[in-house]
Design a protein around this ligand. Structure first.
Ligand code: 13P
Length: 341
């Protein structure tokens, strides 16, 4: 393991003013997104849509430091035959790859899941590195309910994340460590804070036991927000303040960067929350974004599968990427959204 090299990549992925585009939806998930815009989910349509994003020159060269791909996408060529990975590299961004195999029910723990994909991971990482991947992603999912999560659920997922992260570093690939506490439940913001802190502390303990070098990882956490079914809203300041408190109490300063997931927040909330945290600095790590929905919802809707909408969809993507780039510097303003509308 060359730690200096891993550190350089991890720092580049979260460089000030830039963040990560999570374009690694599984075939099932992108199918749901395409259903919502009335587009059949065929390999060519998925390619056309992702090509549109990767050819958005302004967003990709200025604001998107890395792109997380799905297994199908890392092997696909653009319409003119150029590998999609090359489009990303040409724009000055780093290609990465989702390597987990999704979740399965955790035995004897109703309502809890475990992320699978460790078997054969070493060999898959070697192949992905050959295809150009500089970093990888593994997502653990923790749901909040009346009696969940359990310690067993948190520990099992944290252990798998740490095994994955160690294998990645051993293969010269930077691991994105993503323990996502879902925002779907009926819980309030303080319960989200308690569970997120418990999860993060367990994850860093397991990373330590697996000898993962924190200088060469990127953490991808959820923000601390009220559950969607609670019917409650928290102010931007409350989300920023509670998220920062949990992170400062749980995440060592050795980490070069943290890149949030958007998790179902509205596009503008995800931007405003990140911006507000920067205004509460100084912070011990670079704080950035690794958004899927909050970067893609707007361009997807504009595109709707029509070639004549490609340029407008690229403008929508450029706009969201710029807004989040500014938020990662604490320089975003709500007016900038109105002006673009
Ligand atoms: P969202 O930003 O849509 O939550 O997606 C990020 C991601 O990569 C989830 O694994």
């Amino acid at each position: 393991m060359n730690l200096e090299q891993l550190h350089k990549v991890a720092a580049a992925m979260t460089a000030p003013g830039r963040g990560i585009l999570a374009a690694d939806e599984s075939t099932g998930t992108i199918g749901k997104r395409f259903d919502a815009i009335g587009v059949p989910s065929t390999p060519d349509n998925r390619r056309d849509y992702r090509e549109l994003l990767f050819r958005s020159t302004e967003a990709m060269s200025k604001y998107i430091a890395g792109v997380i791909l799905y297994d199908e996408t890392i092997r696909q060529n653009a319409k003119d035959g150029t590998p999609l990975v090359k489009l990303i590299e040409k724009a000055g961004s780093l290609p990465g790859i989702k390597v987990d195999k999704g979740t399965k029910p955790l035995p004897f723990r109703p309502g809890e899941v475990i992320t699978e994909g460790l078997d054969g991971l070493r060999e898959r990482l070697v192949e992905y590195r050959g295809l150009g991947a500089k970093f990888a992603k593994w997502r653990a999912v923790i749901d909040i309910g009346a009696d969940i999560p359990s310690y067993a659920g948190i520990l099992t997922n944290a252990h798998a994340l740490a095994r994955y992260a160690a294998l990645c570093q051993d293969q010269a690939i930077v691991p994105i460590v993503e323990p996502e506490v879902l925002m779907d439940g009926g819980h309030d913001i303080d319960r989200c804070a308690v569970i997120t802190e418990w999860v993060l502390k367990t994850v860093f303990e397991q990373l330590y036991y697996q000898s993962v070098a924190l200088e060469g990882i990127v953490l991808k956490p959820n923000m601390v927000v009220p559950g969607k079914k609670s019917g409650k809203r928290a102010s931007v300041e409350e989300v920023a303040e509670k998220t920062l408190r949990v992170l400062k109490a749980s995440v060592p300063a050795a980490l070069p960067g943290i890149a949030f997931l958007s998790g179902g927040q509205s596009d503008e909330d995800a931007t405003a929350h990140l911006d507000a945290m920067h205004r509460m600095g100084p912070l011990p790590w670079q704080l950035s974004f690794s958004y899927g929905r909050a970067l893609q919802h707007a361009p997807q809707t504009v595109w709707s599968g029509k070639p004549e909408n490609v340029a407008a969809a690229q403008r929508a993507f450029n706009h969201r990427a710029m807004m989040n780039g500014l938020a990662s510097l604490g320089q975003w303003k709500a007016d900038l959204e109105r002006k673009a509308a």
